[in-house]
Design a protein around this ligand. Structure first.
Ligand SMILES: [Zn+2]
Length: 292
């Protein structure tokens, strides 16, 4: 009996238990949920990036905090909408482009490193999951670090376009404004009609950030790829999203229809509260800290 105990002790020394993780599990339903499921399909939203200094769109009731973001049809149809969008973006990008991942991104990257993440689908356009080292990521709503020509499809770096915007609108650089979501800034009370919006150097067509605007559809192949990964998963984890936008909510609906259990971390209510097996009302980085 003593020998058995000694051998077990030696094994314990050879393989020290992850004490923090085990302690957390004892009274942490989220840790238990993650431990029970080996292949998580993770869906993240704005709440994941707020601690990186990027504001979110909605309050704890899921209502808009500010005026609704730019609409796709208006952006394509109206020069004045494009002038207003890019003037605000010129100011907003200065800080947005400098944002770095926070502990929520790092915790989810660790989950992947530990082999527990089937796929991470993000509604964010800030690329902070990738900056944190996460490899398997689908950018559901595109990426703000690229600009796409709506005529020839050419793509340029947003940083490069920032230089073109700055050179064409030097007087606007003196402005500052509070940050708004998605690299936007609350720049109001200005006459935007003098703002110069550079066109595509290749074909002269309209340039648009390579993100999905409101009123625009997510490309079908991206939805299909994400659905395939969801079908491979044995649970779904929502992090920092109220799921008010249908493009994200439909994956929760699909998981519920397949009988895949769903957990969510979000401050405030979500559109899927009645579909959840577990709800954690906390800041993302705090709720996921046990993974670090
Ligand atoms: Zn072009």
């Amino acid at each position: 009996m003593a020998g058995l105990t000694q051998r077990r002790d030696r094994d314990d020394l050879a393989k020290p238990p992850k004490a923090d993780y085990i302690c957390a599990m004892a009274n942490n339903p989220l840790a238990e949920f993650i431990d029970r499921h080996a292949r998580l399909f993770v869906l993240t939203g704005a709440g994941c990036s707020t601690n990186s200094g990027i504001p979110d769109y909605r309050d704890s009731h899921g209502n808009w905090k500010r005026t609704q973001p730019v609409n796709f049809a208006a952006f394509m149809a109206e020069e004045r909408t494009r002038q207003r969008y890019w003037a605000r973006s010129l100011i907003g990008w200065r800080r947005f482009g400098q944002a770095v991942p926070n502990d929520a991104h790092h915790a989810l990257a660790k989950l992947e490193t530990n082999g527990r993440c089937e796929m991470l689908l993000t509604q964010n356009v800030d690329r902070l999951h990738q900056s944190a080292g996460h490899r398997q990521v689908i950018d559901l709503h595109g990426r703000l670090d690229l600009v796409r020509c709506m005529g020839c499809g050419a793509k340029i770096q947003r940083q490069e376009f920032q230089r073109a915007l700055s050179e064409a609108n030097a007087a606007w650089l003196a402005h500052d404004a509070a940050d708004a979501p998605d690299g936007d800034a609350d720049l109001e009370g200005h006459d935007f009609s003098s703002f110069q919006v550079p066109a595509c150097e290749e074909c002269g067509a309209i340039l648009k950030p390579d993100v999905v605007f409101f009123g625009e559809n997510v490309p079908r192949d991206i939805v299909a790829t994400a659905q395939d990964h969801l079908a491979q998963a044995d649970a779904m984890l929502v992090v920092g999203s109220s799921l008010m936008v249908y493009s994200g909510f439909r994956f929760v609906q699909a998981a519920a229809q397949k009988g895949i259990p769903i957990a969510a971390v979000n401050l405030g209510r979500t559109r899927a509260d009645d579909l959840l097996s577990l709800k954690v009302e906390d800041r993302c980085e705090a709720a996921l800290a046990f993974l670090l």
